[in-house]
Structures are given as C-alpha cells and as structure tokens.
Design a protein around this ligand. Structure first.
Ligand SMILES: Cc1ncc(COP(=O)(O)O)c(C=O)c1O
Length: 397
C-alpha cells in the first residue's frame, strides 16, 4: 500500500518525523472533493457545514472557499466560523437547551436561528428577537449509526414535536411572529437513502401546513462508509430524488423557497486520520494487544459509540499477519481503538494510521489523564505538510 486516505505513506512518515505522534493528518484534496460532490449532485441546495464535525480554522477556511456556509450549535462554533471568514448570511445556528443570553447572542451574530423548543419560541417573542422565526422539528423519524446520535423520534431531546405545532403557532401569533423556516436533523451517519428521503418528504408535508414558509433545512446526517462491507450513499440517485421533491415543492409554493442541508461528517470524515506510534506489544490468553501512544482522549468514537475505524500499518506492507487488538494509553479498559483486526504484525516503533477520523475526532478530544491534545497537520494541494494546530480554548465560550 503506497497511500492511505489519499495521502502517500512517505508523507505520513515525514509528518510523524516532523511533528511527532499522535498527530491528526488531513487531506485538503479530499475535503474539497467532498464539497464538490455535494454541490454537483444537489444543485438546488445551499450547504452549511456543521462545525461540530471538525472546527479546525484552516479546514473551515478551505470549506468556506468552496462556497459552503457554516452551521453552529454553540456560541463558540459561531465565533470559530466567523473568524474563519464566514459571513453572517452564510451562518445558521441550531439551538439546544440554551440560556436566554446564549439565544440572544446567537441572534446578534445574524445567523439564521432554528429554535428547538416552545420555551425558546416564547423567549424569542418576549425579547423581541425578530419578526420571523425558524423551528427545528422532531417528526418522529430518526436515523444514525448509534442511539446517541439518533436525533429524531420519541427518545430524542431535540426539536419541536409535530403534536406541539398548534401551540407553536399560537405562541407565534401571540407575539406577532411569522414562522418562515422549518428544519430537521434526524441523526448522524445515515447510509440509507430511503430514510433520508422519507424524512425530507415528511418535512415538506409539514412545511405546507405553515403559511409563508421561505426556508426549509433538511439537516445533516449524510453518511460515509467506515466498515469494509458498508457502501456509500448513491449521490446520483439521492440528488435526483431530492431535486424532484424540491422542484415539486417550488412549483406549488413558489420558486423563492430556499433549501438547505447541514453536512458535517460527509465533508471531513474520510479526509482525516490519526497517526499513532506503537509503544508496546502484549500477548495475553485472548489478545495480542498492540499498545499505542494515543487513546480515547484523542479519538473518542470507538469508546463512545463502539465505532469501527480502519487501522493501517503505515510502515509494514509485507510479512506475517496477526489478529491484534489496538489499545490506547488511557488508564481505562474501554480504551480500545480496534479489536481483533487482522494486519501485518506491528512492531514497537511502527506507525499506525487510524483512518476515517476527520469528523468527530479532534473536536471530541480532551486532555483526560492530563495528556496534551494532538497536533493537526494538513497535506496541502501542493503535497506539502502544514501545521494547522489550534487551541480550541481560543473559541470556546
Ligand atoms: C443540528 C445538526 N445539524 C447537522 C449535524 C451534522 O451531522 P453529520 O455530521 O452527521 O452530517 C448535526 C450533528 O449531529 C446536528 O446536530
């Protein structure tokens, strides 16, 4: 194997030499290619990148330059987006259990705000935050790779239920507000075209029950394959079907209606990997543990969601293979990146690439066990290595 995630192995070796490990390495070409794919297959849709997937300032700038907006779920994410140059007209904000001050601050940025509850709608009216509002709806449809990331349906804390719409309309009337937007986000990493289309169809039906809708946001959730047996979404087919839904809706309700989506993972997941070094090999009755110098403090997904991430040996491409369990250096048994994988038997000092780590990797990293955060490096279009590390505390609010 000469490249991993589109990055030459020799470049990864250079990255490890120059910046040390653990280090996140991102492929600029891949991020740009993912942006272009969406724009090509969903020409009627405006995209707002979900900053939560990866808030690295350089990646935000790369995505912005592709003509994509940004979606935040906290004041910090909006600040990060604005400092990466996103204009207020290209920002949206999805509320989740906010204080009144946080809600007012989000509105003050000029972002399009999607309200999550009747309480927020009432606060909006009481504080006179604007004459037009957009509501995040929970239409009872959820999807996703793990129950923690299914954000629609009866067990989800998100959105205003369809049964609460009459009350939302009453509150809006009381404060003289016009409900001009609806949004939903059913969950993360949906690889099933049918559920995405079903949710979109139901949202359009619900939108018809409001007078004066000008903006419909289908949320994020577009999935990418992580496991070898998973297949990617067929964007040609999905794009055509969305296009039909949108054209039909515009025919009935007006060509002025705007449509948006908020992809996070789709743009960055496959563009990033976590490069780690093997520090120990331990044979037990059940496992060959390959110990590495990073852990769930740097890539939480396997421990939190039992997520599968491919792991490749960067420096060993021949020899004997073994079933190994890749374990991290956090002082907890749950700190396992991958269990019982077959790969060229790693040795101490080898470099391993944990791939598909560009989304919800660094953004979920912590300093647990008092270890520092990994550096972040970009493989640029010119195939150079650029240190793009940043301190998230700069933006956190
Ligand atoms: C409101 C909202 N929009 C968009 C996204 C992005 O989701 P994904 O990364 O699956 O595209 C999320 C993620 O959970 C979200 O909560």
């Amino acid at each position: 194997m000469s490249s991993i995630s589109g990055i030459q192995c020799k470049t990864l070796v250079q990255a490890a030499r120059k910046f040390g490990t653990p280090v996140y390495v991102y492929n600029q070409d891949r991020v740009e290619a993912q942006c272009k794919k969406l724009q090509k297959h969903f020409p009627e849709i405006t995209f707002h990148y979900a900053v939560k997937a990866n808030a690295n300032p350089e990646l935000l700038r790369i995505i912005r330059k592709q003509g994509i907006g940004a979606e935040g779920v906290s004041g910090g994410e909006l600040v990060a987006a604005m400092s990466a140059g996103f204009k207020k007209k290209d920002l949206s904000f999805t509320c989740s259990n906010l204080t009144e001050e946080e809600l007012a601050a989000a509105v003050a940025t000029g972002a399009r705000v999607h309200l999550d509850s009747l309480t927020q709608l009432e606060q909006w009216g009481r504080h006179k935050l604007g004459s037009q509002v957009s509501l995040r709806l929970n239409q009872g449809i959820g999807a996703g790779h793990h129950k923690h990331v299914i954000t629609g349906g009866p067990d989800s804390k998100f959105g205003i239920s369809l049964s609460d719409i009459p009350e939302a309309k009453r509150i809006a009337k009381q404060y003289g507000l016009e409900i001009t937007g609806v949004q939903q986000h059913i969950g993360s990493n949906a690889l099933d075209e049918a559920v995405l289309l079903k949710a979109a169809g139901v949202l359009l039906k619900t939108a018809e029950t409001f007078e004066g809708i000008t903006h419909i946001d289908f949320g994020g959730g577009l999935g990418v394959p992580y496991k070898p047996q998973e297949t990617e979404l067929n964007l040609v087919s999905l794009g055509k079907k969305f296009s039909m839904l949108i054209k039909d809706f515009r025919k009935k309700h007006g060509a002025h209606i705007e449509f948006a989506m908020e992809p996070g993972r789709f743009l960055v997941a496959q563009a990033g990997l976590l490069l780690v070094s093997v520090t120990d090999i331990k044979h037990t009755e059940k496992h060959c543990f390959v110990g590495v110098n990073s852990g769930f403090n740097h890539l939480l997904r396997p421990a939190l969601y039992d997520s599968y991430h491919p792991v490749e040996n960067v420096v060993r491409t021949r020899g004997k293979k073994a079933h190994v369990t890749i374990a991290g250096n956090v002082c907890e048994s749950g700190d396992v990146f991958a269990a019982q994988r077959t790969m060229y038997t790693p040795e101490i000092g080898d470099l391993l690439a944990i791939t598909h780590a560009g989304a919800y990797g660094f953004t979920m990293a912590s300093m647990y066990n008092l270890r520092v955060l990994p550096k972040e490096v970009l493989v640029t279009k010119a195939n150079t290595l650029k240190d793009i590390s940043f301190d998230p505390r700069e933006f956190a609010r």
